[in-house]
Design a protein around this ligand. Sequence first.
Ligand code: RAT
Ligand code: ZN
Length: 412
Amino acid sequence: MILTEKPTVDFSAIVEEELAAAPFIDIHTHLFQPALGTLGLWGIDELITYHYLEAELFRSSSITPEKYFALSKGEKADAIWRALFVENTPVSEAARGVIAVLDAFGLPTGDLTEARQFFAAQKLDQHVDQVLKMSGVSEVVMTNDPLDPAEAPFWQAGIEPDRRFHPVLRLDRILNKWDWQGMAAQGYSVDAHGAGKSIDEARRFLANWTLRMKPVYMAVSLPDTFRFPEDSLRGKLIEHAVLPVCREFDLPLSLMIGVRYLVNPRLKLAGDAVGIADLRSLERLCADFPDNRYLVSVLARENQHELCVYARKFANLMPFGCWWFLNNPSIVEEMTRERLEMLGTSFVPQHSDARVLEQVIYKWRNTRRTIAPILARSYELLAQDGRVATREEIRRDIERLFRGNYQRWVKH
Ligand code: RAT
Ligand code: ZN
């Protein structure tokens, strides 16, 4: 029967080869260029104490969060290693990632001694090049907080741009915490209530930081309860400070929506959860501010289909990534198939969200592995429908998905 006839082209092989050869851009990470000093995390103990694994520790060990967080970095890593890698088999996505990194460097995967020696001997700058090469990533996008007392002074003193790392102006401390004291300390006339000149001053703050940092976009994570428009300080700041500065400097705004912050504060960074968001707020932003461009990731699986529908309605909306709790093969597969079916190649399939440099090795390997059969299947279906995609077309599609859509968005 014609409909079930196998295409003669081996799309799986072509897609795998093209995915392996394409240098991706990692459009959202928590990595830092070496010039930002100890903000940038790397090495085996950081990999093992990743907050995704800290959350898993307390399910497989009787240690309390209080006791755990009082330990030194090395002791924390030992506790996690024992619980998740020795006393249990590391089959979870985050645990497997550590094994994949050790293996990628040819290190033993059952003991940490050699790994600790190996990482201690690396020189950061060359190590960054090596890790990016191993990951098939040409550039990573950072998350830079102008109100972090540990980070802001670097930018205020001026740092050399690094072609491997692009800055992003992160807005959480302004939009979610209204850190007016931090802004006041930098010389802006803001007050605790966001009254008086506060909104204008926030706008001036963002414009000045844009000039200083030269970010590729601005970004904020938002709770599941996020609403827009809203008669709140956040609503006013978005409308009268963030969106106008984005327009003025032609920058996209990244919205990462659906976090339930600190549902278990004892777990610190690992204590956040997920909630279903009302994406009508996104509809209002896209419709009422058509001259702004948005990069959007939503955390709830239940919001993914809706996000695709909105992307079909609004050309100023670019869905990106399978964020945080979604970055597991089963869900990446489901989301990517849905996006390809609804949006063609007009989205950014993934970002790593890496917090520790070497994580990009396993995260991007996993992405290529999960996405290859999905893309191949799309070309098989297309062939069955009457059009055989060429290798050049497949290369073009991969380039668009993993570089071009982002580059067009940030105009880089
Ligand atoms: O995935 C993560 O590491 C989260 O903790 C968040 O940092 C999230 O990605 C964010 O950027 O807010
Ligand atoms: Zn992140």
